[in-house]
Ligand binder design. Structure first.
Ligand SMILES: N[C@@H](CCC(=O)N[C@@H](CS)C(=O)NCC(=O)O)C(=O)O
Length: 112
């Protein structure tokens, strides 16, 4: 089961859209940003940058529990886990790495 630490913002919506489209079971755990839930010590253990979304997958790699923060990392994890909306072959994954890296470089250029 996947626990989704969530607030209704575009970054939160991204993950619910992916979970729904990939037909993955999940439980929503609301994060009240206005009340400061993101600064609670137990939340900071799974999200060191005090931001949602975060997922905790009780059935992560090797059957071990894993927590993941950063919406892009969560989307990639869910894509790989479900086999949906993610490259299946090594060749396609290399192409994804190229585009993803180029995107980061371009974003860096915009913000530097
Ligand atoms: N780069 C992060 C951004 C996440 C983010 O900015 N989350 C905001 C809400 S949309 C948040 O939790 N803010 C709480 C805070 O800054 O205290 C991601 O893509 O997950």
């Amino acid at each position: 089961m996947i626990d989704l630490y969530y607030a209704p913002t575009p970054n939160g919506w991204k993950i619910t859209i992916m979970l729904e489209e990939a037909q993955i079971d999940y439980k929503v755990i609301p994060v009240n940003l206005g009340a400061g839930d993101q600064f609670k010590p137990e939340f900071l253990k799974i999200s060191p940058n005090n931001r949602m979304p975060v997922i905790v997958d009780s059935d992560g790699p090797g059957g071990e529990e894993i927590s993941i923060f950063e919406s892009g990392a969560i989307l990639m994890y869910l894509g790989e886990k479900s086999g949906k909306f993610f490259p299946q072959s090594e060749q396609e994954r290399i192409k994804l790495a190229e585009v993803d890296n180029e995107r980061r470089v371009l974003m860096g250029a915009v913000y530097c």
